[in-house]
Design a protein around this ligand. Structure first.
Ligand code: NOJ
Length: 521
């Protein structure tokens, strides 16, 4: 088993983790300060959202220099110290690679704009207008409106699947491929353990730029939301060749590195294809599971279907929260602590790699944001129908103090604080029965248990609304995801319950929204 299969990974949104210089924005030194917490929690690896120089139109996902650190977040020396300090604690650092697009402020794009003959012109996707002057096709940006922006001086449109200041690179161009290989190698040399790859499944576009078809009622609601089926602008078959190429670069490094892709697809068969035949992504984020309700029947179905689709050598990955899809303690659990605990028990005991998002371990929920406080371009465009992603990106709640231990007491953080007086790391750390200590107990149990780290998983028949599975030879996880008590016919010793109640098995009587892990001899 690889470290990233057995381990627990943790996502940090660097601007919101910890601010050490009092500017209201989290920084790399803040992550270094947070390592004590992560080590105590038992985390094996950390994925840090983009840290590179960026105009921050999309908060780092508009990169203007791939081989540097954003001054607001720190320096290259800080980054090297982070890698070293984390390594001493057995924690690996993954960075975020954004290969689909660059910022329009990136020197490549600035050069491309200088004219049709520019050296980097064909590093981006350019096309002539239709005869009536309109965009080359009907593609829509994921952030609303046409995916094409007209460049008056050259008389052509360029493609942007996201903001118009995020110009899509042309992955048909070998020079682009080489440039990004070079970025990978640069950070591998610095000691990063791998990358989370942004838009990993969709960097290459249809060569003929064919129109996308309309959605139908059969499409997943999340696809209907886009307004068209992104058949030609995403998930093109040629992407596999690129994934194989990145995999090769990652495996050629010494030691070999890992790649986890943001594979935003809602079809598990398509998701499975991004693992290739063990020669593409190591892990492909599972959005169908992310969008499944926290209901025994529904989760069981999605999890079983995931196993059915993934081949022998593909390893699942499970996530409840991230910086785009907001926090599971709100989305799945409506802030109900019983549900938050049961979700954590599920995430940390399914066969596969769990990714926790900063704050999951204390049950942080989404935070209401006013129009004036918005920072996310999606929220700014669609508020109030869609408040965007800021509600899930608010500062880590370290303590009940003014500033939440995130920043100095008199500093106003870049996004508002949530309810840090009642939900924070410091208070939960000293409370043995807290969500934080429960999360830590689960992570440490997982570390000790070969069954939980690597054992096979099979479902056990159970009442509607519950989800019960065997892991490995002797571990059974029983999740009562219903509002009613439930009795399970299982023998053995109860190792942990989500409520902290001491329970006996055979039969196991669970309260509403209570889970238990049982070991059988
Ligand atoms: C996915 C990232 O997770 C999201 O935050 C970003 O806005 C888009 N890709 C564009 O890079």
């Amino acid at each position: 088993m690889e470290w990233w299969q057995e381990g627990v990974l943790y996502q940090i949104y660097p601007r919101s983790f910890r601010d050490t210089n009092g500017d209201g924005v989290g920084d790399l030194r803040g992550i270094i300060e947070g390592l004590d917490h992560l080590e105590w929690l038992g985390v094996d690896g950390v994925w840090v959202n983009p840290i590179h120089p960026s105009p921050n139109d999309d908060w780092g996902y508009d990169v203007s220099a791939y081989k540097d650190v954003h001054p607001e977040l720190g320096t290259m020396e800080d980054f090297e110290e982070l890698i070293d300090d984390a390594a001493r604690r057995g924690i690996r650092i993954l960075l975020d690679l954004v290969p689909n697009h660059t910022s329009s402020a990136h020197p490549w794009f600035v050069d491309a704009l200088s004219g049709r003959d520019a050296k980097h012109r064909d590093w981006y996707v350019w096309s002539d207008p239709k005869p009536d002057g309109s965009p080359p096709n009907n593609w829509l940006s994921m952030f609303g409106g046409s995916a094409w922006e007209f460049d008056e001086p050259s008389g052509q449109y360029y493609l942007h699947n996201f903001l118009d200041s995020q110009a899509d690179l042309d992955w048909w161009n070998e020079e682009v491929r080489e440039a990004i290989d070079d970025v990978l190698r640069f950070w591998f040399d610095k000691g990063v353990a791998g990358f989370r790859i942004d838009v990993a499944n969709s960097v290459i576009k249809d060569r003929d730029l064919r129109d996308n078809p309309p959605t139908t009622d059969d499409d997943h609601l999340e696809i209907q939301r886009i307004g068209q089926r992104p058949m030609y602008s995403m998930n093109r078959p040629e992407v596999h060749e690129i994934l194989r190429r990145w995999r090769k670069v990652a495996r050629e490094a010494d030691p070999p590195r890992m790649l986890v892709g943001e594979t935003y697809v809602l079809d598990l068969g398509v998701l499975a294809s991004y693992y290739g035949t063990g020669d593409e992504l190591d892990l492909a984020f599972n959005f169908p599971m992310f969008f499944t309700a926290l209901d025994g029947e529904a989760m069981k179905t999605t999890v079983e279907q995931t196993f059915d689709h993934l081949s022998e050598d593909s390893w699942p990955v499970w996530t409840g929260s991230n910086h785009d899809g907001l926090r599971f303690p709100s989305r799945w659990c409506d802030g109900d602590e019983r549900k938050i605990r049961i979700a954590l028990m599920m995430l940390l005991t399914l066969r596969g790699t769990p990714f926790l998002y900063y704050g999951d371990e204390i049950g942080m929920t989404n935070v209401d944001i006013t129009r004036e406080q918005l920072k996310d371009p999606v929220g700014i465009r669609f508020f109030p129908e869609n408040p965007g992603r800021d509600p899930g990106r608010t500062p880590m709640q370290w303590s009940a103090d003014d500033g939440a231990g995130f920043t100095k007491p008199d500093v106003s953080p870049w996004l508002p604080l949530g309810d840090h007086r009642s939900v924070n790391v410091a208070d939960q750390r000293s409370d043995g029965g807290s969500i934080l200590n429960f999360t830590r107990d689960l992570i440490h149990l997982r570390r000790r248990s070969e069954d939980l780290r690597s054992g096979e998983q099979s479902s056990i028949a159970s009442p509607t609304g519950t989800f019960v599975y065997r892991r490995g030879v002797s571990t059974v996880v029983v999740l009562n995801m219903t509002d009613a008590p439930n009795s399970f016919d299982v023998d053995g010793e109860v190792l942990v319950t989500s409520t902290g109640r001491a329970l006996e098995a055979g039969p196991l009587e669970l309260d509403p929204f209570e889970g238990a892990i049982v070991t059988q001899s």
